[in-house]
Design a protein around this ligand. Structure first.
Ligand SMILES: Cc1cc2nc3c(=O)[nH]c(=O)nc-3n(C[C@H](O)[C@H](O)[C@H](O)COP(=O)(O)OP(=O)(O)OC[C@H]3O[C@@H](n4cnc5c(N)ncnc54)[C@H](O)[C@@H]3O)c2cc1C
Length: 441
């Protein structure tokens, strides 16, 4: 029997589904064009994978380099600068922290929620509704007119001139029957349960392990030996530990969640997702034990918390009007209709050691068509569910880029409000982004 409670019906210009990095930037950008915006988010806060998944850092800001002592060179700008300023003002972001040949900035996920609330609240024309899970689309033929959702109050219907799917998982596109892809030949990147430990003697940790948050070959070898001896069960040997803005704290990106039968788990399947949560919690305890017993400065450390959910890198992606190819990333290709830059390596989480393919002293650009579904109107995408090949997605999915995609798609949504069939040109959006400080020159 369907829900018998009366449905609430809302109307808006731009509807954004998902309050991750992309959804936040999109909502703010569209609102600044004077549009009425509604943002729906299934959790009680914004932040998505960065907060609920406790991703830990803002990646994708700085050029990578082989030059010794290369200073951090920020090559990605736009809304992300504003977000960084909001985080810094609240003490929620470190300076650049070394990650292999590049740098990241480590964030406090609680402060992220507060910074998001402030940015969304400042506009005056964004209505944020938390604890709303989108369950269906309103459509006329191939034209999306909004969504239906589950709330604790009862059913919700939001009618919109344009809907932006910033769900990370392409949920709305899936419900609307748009064509989607997932990984390559069944291969998808493995989930990771990120956790935080407190009680670290940071001076001793840094003295022993140096500034690089990717722990070195010695640690990798030790993990392999301890696994072989049966003393531990640590399915990933290459681990990342990041000092956070809070004293004595490390964010640990270490686990590698695979199924009991050894296959990569697929978070679009509920049985796999449930297995990932349970296995993730077990692995957190095992890695925390290893860190406490074998990593200098961590002898008195203890687990503070994990993500609200297991971190999901890859699920459904849209088949778009354009496709970001692996070769576009490795050859640092630029596009006249590029709406965002990325200097981030291909960081493919599959197998015992995440694979890193660096783009040195350069960056590639992501064309607008990667966010425009190949068919239909009324619905566009923002965030990690872009149209991209498997390895390309393993680069293009990170946070600084998701802010960039969101900002661009907020401008696109504004233009589509007046004529949903007249797709904006990427070069026009690029110019508009430049006028807003994106520095895509
Ligand atoms: C384990 C892990 C580690 C990572 N580490 C880093 C890192 O260190 N640095 C970095 O830059 N990036 C990292 N990433 C990648 C990065 O965090 C994400 O790719 C990025 O945050 C994605 O942003 P997004 O806005 O596209 O999607 P998301 O952040 O996933 O946001 C989507 C939002 O939509 C909501 N939503 C989904 N479905 C619905 C629905 N049906 N109804 C309502 N709301 C819905 C979700 O709750 C979520 O808030 C990591 C990712 C993972 C999984």
């Amino acid at each position: 029997m369907p829900d018998v409670r009366a449905a609430e019906v809302l109307e808006t210009d731009v509807l954004v589904v998902g309050g991750g990095a992309a959804g936040l930037a999109c909502a703010v950008a569209a609102a600044r064009q004077g549009r009425r915006v509604i943002l729906l988010e299934r959790y009680g806060f914004s932040g998505g994978a960065a907060v609920a998944g406790l991703s830990g850092t803002i990646c994708g800001l700085y050029a990578a380099s082989d030059r010794r002592n290369a200073e951090p060179e920020q090559v990605v700008h736009g809304f992300v600068d504003e977000f960084i300023a909001a985080m810094e003002a609240r003490g929620g972001l470190t300076g650049p922290v070394q990650y292999g040949k590049t740098y990241v900035r480590v964030h406090d996920p609680l402060v992220w929620r507060e910074a998001s609330d402030a940015l969304l609240g400042a506009e005056g024309n964004i209505r944020v509704l938390y604890h709303v899970t989108v369950t269906g689309v309103l459509a006329e033929g191939d034209h999306v007119r909004g969504v239906t959702a589950f709330t604790k109050q009862g059913p919700l219907e939001v009618r919109a001139r344009i809907t932006v799917d910033a769900s990370g998982d392409a949920d709305v596109a899936a419900m609307a029957g748009r064509t989607l892809t997932k990984g390559r030949d069944g291969a998808i990147q493995n989930p990771t349960m990120i956790f935080r430990i407190l009680g670290v003697d940071m001076a001793r940790f840094l003295a022993a392990h140096g500034p690089d948050s990717i722990l070195d070959e010695r640690v990798m070898k030790l993990i392999q030996e301890l696994n072989a001896s049966g003393a531990y069960r640590l399915p990933r040997a290459k681990i990342f530990l990041f000092p956070t803005p809070r004293p004595g704290e490390l964010i640990c990106n270490a686990t590698r969640i695979v199924g009991a039968d050894g296959r990569e788990l697929d978070a679009t399947r509920i049985a796999d997702l449930s297995e990932a949560e349970i296995e993730g919690r077990k692995q957190v305890r095992e890695y925390a034990r290893f860190i406490r017993d074998h990593i200098a400065g961590c002898e008195a450390s203890f687990v503070n918390d994990t993500g609200v959910q297991v971190g999901i890198r890859q699920t459904w992606q849209i088949v778009g009007r354009d496709l970001l190819k692996n070769e576009d990333v490795t050859s640092a290709r630029k596009h006249a209709d590029g709406i965002c830059r990325s200097p981030w390596p291909i960081e493919l989480h599959s197998g015992e050691k995440p694979k890193l393919h660096w783009i040195l002293d350069d960056y590639y650009e992501i064309p607008l068509g990667c966010f425009l579904p190949a068919t239909g109107t009324g619905l566009v995408m923002a965030g990690r569910c872009l149209s991209a090949e498997h390895e390309a997605m393993a680069s293009a999915r990170v946070t600084a880029q998701c802010f960039g995609y969101g900002q661009a798609m907020g401008l696109v949504a504004d233009q589509l409000c007046d004529n949903p069939a007249a797709l904006p040109s990427g070069s026009d959006i690029r110019a508009a982004l430049n006028a807003l400080g994106a520095q895509l020159n």
